[in-house]
Design a protein around this ligand. Structure first.
Ligand code: SF4
Length: 433
């Protein structure tokens, strides 16, 4: 392997999939930059690394199409070298090597040092998560653990990411401090299962301890929690969210379904009653907390009656933010042995019905915000508006606040106060005060 030939060639990293893949690409870019490499994110470069997603059908298709278009660019000489890493590559390496041989090398999700070698760089242990951010400089994802020990029957993530491994608190605090020095104000905590944090290395749930350490970092103003898991939810975290003003009154907790028989088949380790009890605790212990969730429709054997029950439950629970996926029949997952008996068209009809209900709920909730004043973090300028978010909104997945331009000089990453004057399903409009 002649590393010198890569010399000063520009390396272009393309990231697909979730925020955990964004984090991994940023770590890869940080390592390359520290090796003096010229690296860009989704720009132009003679060398391309595609960081793929292998979660469900649509995501896999997008990853394969991206690899194919890069392979074509390599055949017509636009790029010289093409490397593929990430979840799809971890899961389907043999098939991909056979079907898309233009790729110089395929890597798994835990192959960073080898990938770096192929890019003419050495893995630098001392960097400890130091990254080249691809997000706007005022917010960053912080991956607190890798992998997952849960047996959810529909999920292929453990096949691609391995067993749960928590990153020690001191390492995460060091990462957060270096991000804060770079101007990060909002830390978005991510994992496959955030609430499992610490069970491996501390033999107890330690998300609460981690939060208390992170809130001590002066420059960090917002800490946001994503990917919590319902069963075994550490209630102490709710007390900390309530007490610590820096922790956003916000929680993302994919619940996937409401029907107890379906939850059992999904191996989610919970029931409708226990789910409702948890949601009640959220609302009683942290009044006004925004709850984001994700649901799956069309799971094998899901009857129309069970779906109608979930629809009614969505109407009752009135989540603040909700996303809905159609079930994807993933080989080597527990549910793959079941009959994928809900037709795709019916899956999509069910997902659309859930999202119609949610759009109305979101519209009503946003109408109630008219006349209120919110603290808003500015993300960018767009035409006649500044675009920002309240503590109840995560980047790219939740609502935005559209602020009419005024004479006041503003910049991304600044906090300001906005009085809401109008609202739609997913956006609030207002003026600076
Ligand atoms: S918690 Fe369940 S759904 Fe989430 S990554 Fe783990 S196995 Fe998949």
């Amino acid at each position: 392997m002649r590393t010198r030939s890569l010399g000063k060639k520009k390396i272009n990293i393309i990231t697909l999939g979730c925020s955990k893949n964004i984090y991994d690409s940023e770590v890869l870019m940080g390592q390359l930059r520290a090796n003096g490499k010229d690296v860009v994110h989704e720009g132009k470069g003679e060398i391309v690394v595609v960081n793929t997603c292998g979660f469900i059908d649509n995501a896999k298709e997008e990853s394969i199409n991206t690899i194919l278009s890069c392979a074509k660019a390599k055949r017509n000489g636009t790029i010289e070298k093409l490397f593929v890493t990430g979840c799809l590559s971890e899961r389907y390496k043999d098939d991909l090597e056979r079907e898309i041989p233009d790729v110089d090398q395929y890597f798994g999700t835990q192959d960073l040092p080898i990938l770096l070698k192929h890019l003419g760089a050495d893995y630098k242990h001392e960097l400890v998560g130091e990254r080249l951010l691809t997000t706007p400089k005022h917010y960053a994802y912080l991956k607190i653990s890798e992998g997952c020990d849960r047996p959810c029957s529909f999920c292929a993530i453990p096949l691609m990411r391995g067993k749960h491994r928590s990153t020690p608190i001191e390492n995460l605090v060091r990462q957060a401090k270096s991000l804060a020095k770079e101007g990060v104000k909002e830390l978005i905590l991510i994992a496959q299962d955030l609430t499992y944090y610490g069970l491996d290395i501390y033999k107890r749930r330690a998300l609460g301890d981690l939060l208390q350490s992170l809130t001590k970092i002066k420059e960090i103003e917002w800490i946001r929690l994503h990917y919590a898991f319902p069963s075994g939810f550490p209630r102490d975290v709710l007390h900390i969210i309530k007490r610590e003003p820096k922790i956003c009154n916000y929680i993302d907790i994919p619940l996937q379904h409401s029907n107890t028989r379906v939850l059992k088949s999904m191996k989610r380790g919970t029931t409708l009653d226990r789910t409702n009890a948890l949601l009640q605790d959220f609302r009683q212990m942290v009044p006004g907390m925004a709850i984001r969730t994700t649901l799956i429709v069309g799971y094998p054997g899901e009857t129309l009656e069970e779906f109608e029950e979930m629809k009614a439950w969505v109407g009752e629970q009135e989540f603040d933010r909700l996303g809905c996926f159609t079930y994807s029949h993933e080989e080597n997952t527990g549910a793959y042995t079941l009959d994928d008996d809900v037709p795709q068209e019916e899956k999509e009809r069910r997902a659309a019905e859930i999202m119609d209900i949610q759009a109305q709920i979101s519209f009503n909730k946003n109408q109630e915000k008219i006349g209120e004043i919110f603290r808003v973090l500015l993300d960018r300028k767009e035409g006649e508006f500044w675009v920002g978010r309240t503590e109840f909104d995560s980047p790219d997945v939740d609502n935005t606040v559209m602020i009419r331009l005024s004479s006041k000089e503003l910049k991304p990453g600044e906090f300001c106060h906005v009085k809401i004057s109008s609202a739609t399903e997913f956006d609030l409009f207002g003026d600076l005060i």
